[in-house]
Write a protein that binds this ligand. Sequence first.
Ligand SMILES: Nc1ncnc2c1ncn2[C@@H]1O[C@H](COP(=O)(O)OP(=O)(O)OP(=O)(O)O)[C@@H](O)[C@H]1O
Ligand SMILES: [Mg+2]
Length: 403
Amino acid sequence: MNENTDIRIIGRSGTRLSLIEDTLLTHPEFRVQRKLVVDFSKDAIADERTSDVLIADLSDNWEEELALLGSMRRASERAPLIVVSSEDSAEIIKAAMKAGARDFFTHPLPGDDLVAAIAAISGESKVRDVVPSSVTLVMNAKGGAGASTLAANIACLMSSTRRRDKTVLLDLDFAGAHQPLYFDLKGASDVREALSYVHSLDETALQGYTLEHSSGVHLLAATQDLAMYENTVSDTALAEFVSLLSMCYQQVVIDLPRPAEPNVLPLLQNADKLMIVMQQTLTDVQGAKRLLGYLDSAGVPRSRIRVVINRFENRHPVTHDDIESTLGDVEILSVPNDYKHVSTALNAGEPLVERTRNAPVTTAIRALTDNILGVRKKARRRFFGILPPKSADTEQNAGGKAA
Ligand SMILES: Nc1ncnc2c1ncn2[C@@H]1O[C@H](COP(=O)(O)OP(=O)(O)OP(=O)(O)O)[C@@H](O)[C@H]1O
Ligand SMILES: [Mg+2]
């Protein structure tokens, strides 16, 4: 257990908050603070996100309170939750679990059990503090631009021996998931089924739906059974699923085929990084401009967005500068065209970044991944002093103009 455990108790009844506080008084390692509220609100819950444990004392309004707590399941939004109620009803327990509560208690509180539940969470929060999770969406400005290729290789680099981040790749192309082919994997249960059980899923159950690649990447995808295809997943189920993934993995990479579908809007709004993949055609430029406009109207800050010109060629009539001037204020990177290496890796079912480590296309995808992760290029060291970074020309050869 942490030497000091920060506990926040939130609720609408001062008397019941005192009862919880009194139960924890005999533990000097607990730093307990109460928060009496008129109503549960997003701000009141988010304010306490850095504490080790949040104990929510439910009122008669429990349905709304739990729905709100459930909509804030990511570690960056809410502290791990324990729910306390004065009513012992199966319905409330079920709703509490659905909201991601780690434990549920009723008044009068069983002191020892509550302390044990806090201790378990507090031990885990040490790990969580060190490894915050990050969600990266990879999507096309226009179909076929290369989003799946880049998503597979970015995920692979994130979980590679260099970083060893626990990484999951979620393929949201329900009609024709390609990711299992990219990794030569088959056999897991369908991710659409996992999504239909999202309310009752936990980390253990989730493993039944994942395929594991030797790189360490865990893959979640639809099976190739088109007869089962039905895109009826609600926005809340998708958001809840991704929020569960971000509790279990350090890196969540999503291959997102149709970014304008209404059910993925919460994913766009909450992702840490959004990669728009395009090629050097006018229709791609138009698609990227439209998508950027859509993201602007959805309130996604440009600082989270990167445009990637895939299959980049220096001597192309649609130049990097043309694209930059049309798209305006957004960071642009590029990945060179390399049909031979990319298609050979795909046909072999091996990620490009594992099969062809030193090709310029791999270097560019590595630079892209470093950009997502916020890794700065190290200055090359010599015995005396530090060399300046490589010249822009050398960079262009390695990964296109801006990679
Ligand atoms: N940098 C590259 N150089 C050469 N070929 C590439 C490159 N990136 C992707 N490709 C090829 O382009 C084709 C389409 O790639 P991919 O399946 O990743 O596209 P996508 O945008 O996900 O397509 P869809 O819209 O169908 O989901 C594949 O054959 C792939 O091998
Ligand atoms: Mg694809």
